[in-house]
Design a protein around this ligand. Sequence first.
Ligand code: NIG
Ligand code: FE
Length: 416
Amino acid sequence: MNTLAVLHAAQLVTVAGPQRPRVGGEMSELAIITDGGMLVKDGRIVQTGASDEIEKALPAGAQIIDANGKVVLPGFVDAHAHPVFGGNRVDEFELRARGATYEEIAASGGGIRSTVRKTRAASEDELLEQAKKHAEWFLKGGTTTVEAKSGYGLTVEDELKILRVIRRLNTETPIEFVPTFLGAHAIPDEFHNAPEQYVALVIHKMLPRVVEERLAENCDIFCERGYFDLADSEKILRAAQEHGLRLRMHVDQLTNSGGAFLAARLHTATADHLEQANAAEIAALAEAGVQPVLLPGSVYALGKARYPRAREMIEAGLAVVLATDFNPGSSPTPSMPMILSLASTQMKMTPAESVTAATINAAYSLNRGDRIGSLETGKLANFAIYDCDDYRELAYYFGVSQTHSVYVRGERAYCA
Ligand code: NIG
Ligand code: FE
Protein backbone atom coordinates (compact mmCIF):
# COMPACT_ATOMS: atom_id res chain seq x y z
CA MET A 1 0.00 0.00 0.00
CA ASN A 2 1.27 3.41 -1.00
CA THR A 3 0.54 6.13 1.57
CA LEU A 4 1.21 9.82 1.24
CA ALA A 5 0.52 12.72 3.58
CA VAL A 6 0.43 16.42 2.81
CA LEU A 7 1.10 18.45 5.95
CA HIS A 8 1.13 22.12 6.96
CA ALA A 9 -0.64 23.69 4.02
CA ALA A 10 -1.26 27.35 4.88
CA GLN A 11 -4.60 26.72 3.21
CA LEU A 12 -5.92 23.34 2.12
CA VAL A 13 -8.65 24.52 -0.26
CA THR A 14 -10.88 21.46 -0.24
CA VAL A 15 -13.96 22.78 -2.12
CA ALA A 16 -15.87 20.17 -0.09
CA GLY A 17 -19.63 20.61 -0.09
CA PRO A 18 -22.84 19.21 -1.51
CA GLN A 19 -22.42 16.35 -4.01
CA ARG A 20 -23.65 18.39 -6.97
CA PRO A 21 -22.65 21.46 -8.97
CA ARG A 22 -22.48 24.60 -6.81
CA VAL A 23 -24.76 27.55 -7.45
CA GLY A 24 -25.31 31.06 -6.12
CA GLY A 25 -23.68 31.68 -2.74
CA GLU A 26 -22.34 28.11 -2.63
CA MET A 27 -19.80 29.14 -5.26
CA SER A 28 -18.11 31.31 -2.62
CA GLU A 29 -17.69 28.47 -0.11
CA LEU A 30 -14.35 26.76 -0.52
CA ALA A 31 -14.21 24.85 2.80
CA ILE A 32 -10.63 25.94 3.45
CA ILE A 33 -8.66 24.21 6.22
CA THR A 34 -5.88 26.41 7.60
CA ASP A 35 -2.71 24.55 8.52
CA GLY A 36 -4.36 21.72 6.67
CA GLY A 37 -3.30 18.20 5.88
CA MET A 38 -4.43 15.31 3.74
CA LEU A 39 -3.87 11.56 3.81
CA VAL A 40 -3.73 9.68 0.50
CA LYS A 41 -3.70 5.91 -0.04
CA ASP A 42 -3.24 4.26 -3.42
CA GLY A 43 -4.02 7.47 -5.26
CA ARG A 44 -7.19 8.28 -3.35
CA ILE A 45 -7.92 10.74 -0.56
CA VAL A 46 -8.52 9.00 2.75
CA GLN A 47 -8.80 11.99 5.05
CA THR A 48 -8.47 15.77 5.11
CA GLY A 49 -8.24 17.86 8.25
CA ALA A 50 -6.03 19.90 10.52
CA SER A 51 -2.39 19.05 9.96
CA ASP A 52 -1.91 17.73 13.52
CA GLU A 53 -4.88 15.35 13.15
CA ILE A 54 -3.43 13.99 9.93
CA GLU A 55 -0.06 13.57 11.60
CA LYS A 56 -1.70 11.49 14.34
CA ALA A 57 -3.29 9.22 11.75
CA LEU A 58 -0.02 8.71 9.85
CA PRO A 59 0.88 5.08 9.23
CA ALA A 60 4.56 4.12 9.46
CA GLY A 61 6.45 4.53 6.22
CA ALA A 62 4.11 7.14 4.76
CA GLN A 63 5.71 9.54 2.32
CA ILE A 64 5.40 13.11 3.66
CA ILE A 65 5.01 16.23 1.61
CA ASP A 66 5.60 19.26 3.79
CA ALA A 67 3.54 21.99 2.13
CA ASN A 68 5.22 24.36 4.56
CA GLY A 69 3.04 27.44 4.40
CA LYS A 70 1.96 26.97 0.79
CA VAL A 71 -1.53 26.68 -0.68
CA VAL A 72 -3.00 23.35 -1.86
CA LEU A 73 -5.90 23.23 -4.31
CA PRO A 74 -7.70 20.46 -6.21
CA GLY A 75 -6.21 20.06 -9.69
CA PHE A 76 -7.97 22.35 -12.12
CA VAL A 77 -10.47 20.71 -14.44
CA ASP A 78 -10.29 22.45 -17.81
CA ALA A 79 -13.69 21.65 -19.31
CA HIS A 80 -13.23 23.19 -22.77
CA ALA A 81 -10.04 22.82 -24.79
CA HIS A 82 -8.78 22.02 -28.28
CA PRO A 83 -5.30 20.68 -27.40
CA VAL A 84 -4.58 18.57 -30.52
CA PHE A 85 -3.70 20.55 -33.64
CA GLY A 86 -0.89 20.94 -36.16
CA GLY A 87 1.33 24.02 -36.29
CA ASN A 88 0.14 27.31 -34.87
CA ARG A 89 -1.38 30.60 -36.06
CA VAL A 90 1.29 33.05 -35.06
CA ASP A 91 1.10 34.70 -38.50
CA GLU A 92 -2.59 35.42 -37.97
CA PHE A 93 -1.76 36.69 -34.50
CA GLU A 94 0.48 39.30 -36.08
CA LEU A 95 -2.18 40.17 -38.69
CA ARG A 96 -4.63 40.78 -35.85
CA ALA A 97 -2.06 42.92 -34.07
CA ARG A 98 -1.96 44.95 -37.28
CA GLY A 99 -5.73 45.43 -37.18
CA ALA A 100 -7.33 42.49 -39.01
CA THR A 101 -10.22 40.80 -37.22
CA TYR A 102 -10.68 37.08 -36.48
CA GLU A 103 -13.76 37.06 -38.70
CA GLU A 104 -11.92 38.74 -41.64
CA ILE A 105 -9.06 36.26 -41.38
CA ALA A 106 -11.51 33.34 -41.30
CA ALA A 107 -13.41 34.70 -44.32
CA SER A 108 -10.20 34.83 -46.36
CA GLY A 109 -9.43 31.14 -45.75
CA GLY A 110 -7.53 31.41 -42.47
CA GLY A 111 -8.79 30.67 -38.98
CA ILE A 112 -9.96 27.17 -38.15
CA ARG A 113 -9.51 26.07 -41.78
CA SER A 114 -5.83 27.00 -41.77
CA THR A 115 -5.27 24.79 -38.71
CA VAL A 116 -7.25 22.06 -40.48
CA ARG A 117 -4.75 22.10 -43.37
CA LYS A 118 -1.81 21.78 -40.97
CA THR A 119 -3.51 19.10 -38.89
CA ARG A 120 -4.37 17.00 -41.94
CA ALA A 121 -0.75 17.24 -43.09
CA ALA A 122 0.57 15.98 -39.73
CA SER A 123 0.90 12.30 -38.81
CA GLU A 124 -0.62 10.84 -35.65
CA ASP A 125 2.84 10.70 -34.06
CA GLU A 126 3.62 14.30 -34.96
CA LEU A 127 0.34 15.50 -33.48
CA LEU A 128 1.01 13.45 -30.36
CA GLU A 129 4.47 15.00 -29.92
CA GLN A 130 3.05 18.50 -30.16
CA ALA A 131 0.10 17.72 -27.89
CA LYS A 132 2.48 16.33 -25.25
CA LYS A 133 4.07 19.76 -25.10
CA HIS A 134 0.61 21.23 -24.54
CA ALA A 135 -0.03 18.65 -21.81
CA GLU A 136 3.12 19.80 -20.01
CA TRP A 137 1.82 23.40 -20.19
CA PHE A 138 -1.53 22.39 -18.67
CA LEU A 139 0.24 20.61 -15.82
CA LYS A 140 2.45 23.62 -15.12
CA GLY A 141 -0.70 25.65 -14.49
CA GLY A 142 -2.05 23.11 -12.00
CA THR A 143 -4.51 21.43 -14.39
CA THR A 144 -4.94 17.68 -14.02
CA THR A 145 -8.02 17.01 -16.20
CA VAL A 146 -8.60 18.44 -19.68
CA GLU A 147 -11.57 18.07 -21.98
CA ALA A 148 -10.12 17.54 -25.47
CA LYS A 149 -12.02 18.21 -28.68
CA SER A 150 -11.31 16.98 -32.17
CA GLY A 151 -12.38 19.38 -34.91
CA TYR A 152 -9.25 20.20 -36.90
CA GLY A 153 -9.46 17.14 -39.15
CA LEU A 154 -12.92 17.37 -40.73
CA THR A 155 -12.56 14.12 -42.70
CA VAL A 156 -13.45 10.73 -41.25
CA GLU A 157 -9.82 9.63 -41.04
CA ASP A 158 -8.44 12.93 -39.78
CA GLU A 159 -11.06 13.27 -37.04
CA LEU A 160 -10.33 9.68 -35.95
CA LYS A 161 -6.61 10.48 -36.05
CA ILE A 162 -7.08 13.37 -33.59
CA LEU A 163 -9.28 11.29 -31.28
CA ARG A 164 -6.67 8.50 -31.29
CA VAL A 165 -4.04 11.06 -30.30
CA ILE A 166 -6.29 12.07 -27.40
CA ARG A 167 -6.58 8.44 -26.37
CA ARG A 168 -2.79 8.06 -26.44
CA LEU A 169 -2.36 11.25 -24.41
CA ASN A 170 -4.30 9.52 -21.67
CA THR A 171 -1.77 6.74 -21.39
CA GLU A 172 1.36 8.71 -22.25
CA THR A 173 0.88 11.78 -20.00
CA PRO A 174 -0.28 12.12 -16.37
CA ILE A 175 -3.33 14.21 -17.34
CA GLU A 176 -6.79 12.71 -17.84
CA PHE A 177 -8.12 13.89 -21.21
CA VAL A 178 -11.88 13.66 -21.73
CA PRO A 179 -12.54 13.16 -25.45
CA THR A 180 -15.14 15.18 -27.34
CA PHE A 181 -16.03 14.74 -31.00
CA LEU A 182 -16.24 18.14 -32.74
CA GLY A 183 -16.55 17.13 -36.39
CA ALA A 184 -18.94 20.07 -36.78
CA HIS A 185 -16.31 22.72 -36.08
CA ALA A 186 -16.30 24.29 -39.56
CA ILE A 187 -17.35 23.43 -43.09
CA PRO A 188 -14.13 22.20 -44.75
CA ASP A 189 -13.05 23.85 -48.02
CA GLU A 190 -13.99 20.84 -50.17
CA PHE A 191 -17.65 21.12 -49.04
CA HIS A 192 -17.79 24.89 -49.42
CA ASN A 193 -20.54 24.66 -52.04
CA ALA A 194 -22.40 21.74 -50.45
CA PRO A 195 -22.44 22.25 -46.67
CA GLU A 196 -25.45 19.92 -46.31
CA GLN A 197 -23.29 17.08 -47.63
CA TYR A 198 -20.76 17.77 -44.89
CA VAL A 199 -23.51 17.62 -42.25
CA ALA A 200 -24.55 14.26 -43.70
CA LEU A 201 -20.94 13.05 -43.56
CA VAL A 202 -20.70 14.00 -39.89
CA ILE A 203 -23.94 12.19 -39.05
CA HIS A 204 -23.68 9.10 -41.23
CA LYS A 205 -19.95 8.44 -41.48
CA MET A 206 -18.04 10.15 -38.69
CA LEU A 207 -20.34 9.66 -35.71
CA PRO A 208 -20.82 5.90 -36.20
CA ARG A 209 -17.04 5.34 -36.48
CA VAL A 210 -16.29 7.51 -33.45
CA VAL A 211 -18.82 5.58 -31.40
CA GLU A 212 -17.80 2.17 -32.74
CA GLU A 213 -14.19 2.82 -31.76
CA ARG A 214 -15.27 4.34 -28.42
CA LEU A 215 -13.22 7.42 -29.14
CA ALA A 216 -15.47 10.08 -27.58
CA GLU A 217 -17.72 10.66 -24.59
CA ASN A 218 -19.17 13.93 -25.79
CA CYS A 219 -20.24 15.64 -29.00
CA ASP A 220 -19.83 19.38 -29.53
CA ILE A 221 -20.70 21.77 -32.38
CA PHE A 222 -19.75 25.31 -33.37
CA CYS A 223 -23.21 26.91 -33.67
CA GLU A 224 -22.40 30.26 -35.29
CA ARG A 225 -23.14 32.33 -38.38
CA GLY A 226 -21.02 30.98 -41.23
CA TYR A 227 -20.43 27.67 -39.43
CA PHE A 228 -23.44 25.58 -38.32
CA ASP A 229 -26.94 27.01 -38.01
CA LEU A 230 -29.60 25.98 -35.52
CA ALA A 231 -31.21 23.37 -37.77
CA ASP A 232 -27.93 21.61 -38.60
CA SER A 233 -26.79 21.83 -35.00
CA GLU A 234 -29.98 20.16 -33.84
CA LYS A 235 -29.69 17.37 -36.41
CA ILE A 236 -26.11 16.57 -35.50
CA LEU A 237 -26.63 16.78 -31.76
CA ARG A 238 -29.75 14.60 -31.82
CA ALA A 239 -27.88 11.98 -33.81
CA ALA A 240 -25.03 12.12 -31.29
CA GLN A 241 -27.47 11.78 -28.42
CA GLU A 242 -28.97 8.69 -30.02
CA HIS A 243 -25.46 7.22 -30.11
CA GLY A 244 -25.22 7.82 -26.35
CA LEU A 245 -22.85 10.79 -26.42
CA ARG A 246 -23.27 13.67 -23.97
CA LEU A 247 -23.72 17.07 -25.55
CA ARG A 248 -21.81 20.35 -25.39
CA MET A 249 -22.21 23.36 -27.68
CA HIS A 250 -20.24 26.44 -28.73
CA VAL A 251 -22.98 29.09 -28.75
CA ASP A 252 -23.36 32.87 -28.96
CA GLN A 253 -19.61 33.50 -29.28
CA LEU A 254 -19.29 35.99 -32.14
CA THR A 255 -22.97 36.61 -32.88
CA ASN A 256 -26.22 35.73 -31.15
CA SER A 257 -27.82 32.88 -33.07
CA GLY A 258 -30.18 31.78 -30.32
CA GLY A 259 -27.97 28.75 -29.77
CA ALA A 260 -28.48 28.88 -26.01
CA PHE A 261 -32.20 28.23 -26.51
CA LEU A 262 -31.32 25.12 -28.48
CA ALA A 263 -28.94 24.01 -25.72
CA ALA A 264 -31.78 24.46 -23.22
CA ARG A 265 -34.22 22.56 -25.42
CA LEU A 266 -31.81 19.65 -25.89
CA HIS A 267 -30.74 19.71 -22.23
CA THR A 268 -27.09 19.67 -23.24
CA ALA A 269 -24.56 19.27 -20.43
CA THR A 270 -23.05 22.64 -21.26
CA ALA A 271 -23.46 25.77 -23.37
CA ASP A 272 -20.03 27.28 -23.93
CA HIS A 273 -18.86 30.85 -24.70
CA LEU A 274 -22.15 32.85 -24.37
CA GLU A 275 -20.46 36.23 -24.90
CA GLN A 276 -23.53 37.41 -26.84
CA ALA A 277 -26.18 35.63 -24.75
CA ASN A 278 -29.04 37.75 -23.44
CA ALA A 279 -31.14 37.63 -20.28
CA ALA A 280 -33.82 35.40 -21.83
CA GLU A 281 -31.19 32.85 -22.83
CA ILE A 282 -29.65 32.93 -19.37
CA ALA A 283 -33.10 32.23 -17.90
CA ALA A 284 -33.65 29.35 -20.35
CA LEU A 285 -30.31 27.75 -19.41
CA ALA A 286 -31.17 28.06 -15.73
CA GLU A 287 -34.57 26.49 -16.28
CA ALA A 288 -33.05 23.57 -18.20
CA GLY A 289 -30.11 23.05 -15.80
CA VAL A 290 -27.50 23.55 -18.52
CA GLN A 291 -24.06 24.56 -17.21
CA PRO A 292 -22.50 27.62 -18.87
CA VAL A 293 -18.78 27.25 -19.67
CA LEU A 294 -17.23 30.71 -19.79
CA LEU A 295 -14.06 31.25 -21.79
CA PRO A 296 -12.66 34.71 -21.07
CA GLY A 297 -9.27 33.77 -22.60
CA SER A 298 -10.85 33.85 -26.06
CA VAL A 299 -12.36 37.31 -25.51
CA TYR A 300 -9.02 38.60 -24.24
CA ALA A 301 -6.91 37.04 -26.98
CA LEU A 302 -9.22 38.29 -29.73
CA GLY A 303 -8.92 41.78 -28.25
CA LYS A 304 -12.66 42.02 -27.76
CA ALA A 305 -14.48 43.86 -25.01
CA ARG A 306 -17.64 41.87 -24.47
CA TYR A 307 -17.19 39.20 -21.83
CA PRO A 308 -20.02 36.83 -20.88
CA ARG A 309 -22.36 38.08 -18.18
CA ALA A 310 -21.04 35.93 -15.35
CA ARG A 311 -22.66 37.88 -12.52
CA GLU A 312 -26.12 37.59 -14.03
CA MET A 313 -25.55 33.88 -14.57
CA ILE A 314 -24.51 33.32 -10.97
CA GLU A 315 -27.49 35.35 -9.77
CA ALA A 316 -29.78 33.28 -12.00
CA GLY A 317 -28.56 30.14 -10.21
CA LEU A 318 -26.43 28.73 -13.03
CA ALA A 319 -23.58 26.39 -12.05
CA VAL A 320 -20.92 28.42 -13.87
CA VAL A 321 -17.78 26.74 -15.22
CA LEU A 322 -14.55 28.48 -16.30
CA ALA A 323 -12.21 26.98 -18.91
CA THR A 324 -9.29 28.01 -21.11
CA ASP A 325 -10.66 27.16 -24.59
CA PHE A 326 -6.99 26.43 -25.34
CA ASN A 327 -6.70 26.50 -29.16
CA PRO A 328 -4.32 27.97 -31.75
CA GLY A 329 -6.66 30.75 -32.88
CA SER A 330 -8.93 32.46 -30.40
CA SER A 331 -7.36 31.38 -27.12
CA PRO A 332 -3.75 30.24 -27.10
CA THR A 333 -3.52 29.84 -23.32
CA PRO A 334 -3.47 26.58 -21.35
CA SER A 335 -3.29 28.49 -18.05
CA MET A 336 -6.19 28.27 -15.60
CA PRO A 337 -4.58 30.85 -13.27
CA MET A 338 -4.69 33.30 -16.19
CA ILE A 339 -8.39 32.48 -16.60
CA LEU A 340 -8.98 33.13 -12.88
CA SER A 341 -7.34 36.52 -13.31
CA LEU A 342 -9.57 37.39 -16.28
CA ALA A 343 -12.66 36.15 -14.45
CA SER A 344 -12.02 38.53 -11.58
CA THR A 345 -10.84 41.56 -13.54
CA GLN A 346 -13.17 41.34 -16.54
CA MET A 347 -16.25 39.44 -15.29
CA LYS A 348 -16.28 40.44 -11.64
CA MET A 349 -16.23 36.91 -10.30
CA THR A 350 -14.57 36.66 -6.91
CA PRO A 351 -11.49 34.42 -6.65
CA ALA A 352 -13.57 31.93 -4.63
CA GLU A 353 -16.31 31.75 -7.27
CA SER A 354 -13.64 31.29 -9.93
CA VAL A 355 -11.98 28.43 -8.07
CA THR A 356 -15.35 26.67 -7.73
CA ALA A 357 -16.04 27.22 -11.43
CA ALA A 358 -12.61 25.83 -12.39
CA THR A 359 -12.75 22.73 -10.19
CA ILE A 360 -15.92 21.12 -8.85
CA ASN A 361 -18.39 22.73 -11.28
CA ALA A 362 -16.12 21.87 -14.19
CA ALA A 363 -15.86 18.28 -12.93
CA TYR A 364 -19.65 17.93 -12.84
CA SER A 365 -19.92 19.34 -16.35
CA LEU A 366 -17.71 16.44 -17.48
CA ASN A 367 -19.73 13.86 -15.54
CA ARG A 368 -16.89 13.38 -13.07
CA GLY A 369 -18.13 15.30 -10.05
CA ASP A 370 -18.04 12.16 -7.94
CA ARG A 371 -14.34 11.47 -8.64
CA ILE A 372 -12.50 14.79 -9.03
CA GLY A 373 -12.88 18.55 -8.54
CA SER A 374 -12.55 18.69 -4.74
CA LEU A 375 -10.32 17.28 -2.02
CA GLU A 376 -12.73 14.94 -0.24
CA THR A 377 -12.51 11.42 1.10
CA GLY A 378 -12.80 8.86 -1.69
CA LYS A 379 -11.84 11.19 -4.50
CA LEU A 380 -8.71 10.94 -6.63
CA ALA A 381 -5.71 12.68 -5.09
CA ASN A 382 -5.33 15.20 -7.91
CA PHE A 383 -3.95 18.39 -6.40
CA ALA A 384 -1.48 21.22 -6.87
CA ILE A 385 0.73 23.08 -4.41
CA TYR A 386 1.28 26.79 -5.03
CA ASP A 387 4.01 29.01 -3.71
CA CYS A 388 1.74 31.51 -1.95
CA ASP A 389 -0.14 31.55 1.33
CA ASP A 390 -3.56 32.80 0.21
CA TYR A 391 -5.44 31.15 -2.68
CA ARG A 392 -6.57 34.56 -3.93
CA GLU A 393 -3.00 35.26 -5.00
CA LEU A 394 -3.55 32.80 -7.86
CA ALA A 395 -6.03 35.20 -9.48
CA TYR A 396 -4.27 38.34 -8.31
CA TYR A 397 -0.75 37.88 -9.68
CA PHE A 398 -0.82 37.25 -13.39
CA GLY A 399 1.83 36.44 -15.96
CA VAL A 400 3.86 34.54 -13.38
CA SER A 401 3.66 30.89 -12.40
CA GLN A 402 3.20 30.19 -8.71
CA THR A 403 2.95 26.43 -9.22
CA HIS A 404 5.28 24.54 -6.89
CA SER A 405 4.24 20.98 -7.77
CA VAL A 406 1.33 18.99 -9.14
CA TYR A 407 0.10 15.49 -8.18
CA VAL A 408 -2.15 13.15 -10.11
CA ARG A 409 -3.59 10.12 -8.29
CA GLY A 410 -1.09 10.78 -5.53
CA GLU A 411 1.93 10.70 -7.87
CA ARG A 412 4.05 13.76 -8.54
CA ALA A 413 3.43 14.79 -12.14
CA TYR A 414 5.18 18.15 -12.18
CA CYS A 415 7.66 20.01 -10.03
CA ALA A 416 8.88 23.56 -10.71
O1 NIG B 1 -13.81 27.97 -29.14
N1 NIG B 1 -15.26 28.77 -31.66
C1 NIG B 1 -14.80 27.82 -32.22
N2 NIG B 1 -13.70 27.18 -31.85
C2 NIG B 1 -12.65 27.81 -31.14
C3 NIG B 1 -11.78 28.59 -32.05
C4 NIG B 1 -10.94 27.66 -32.79
C5 NIG B 1 -9.91 28.32 -33.66
O2 NIG B 1 -9.89 29.55 -33.89
O3 NIG B 1 -9.07 27.52 -34.11
C6 NIG B 1 -13.19 28.61 -29.99
O4 NIG B 1 -12.98 29.84 -29.85
FE1 FE C 1 -13.75 26.24 -28.28
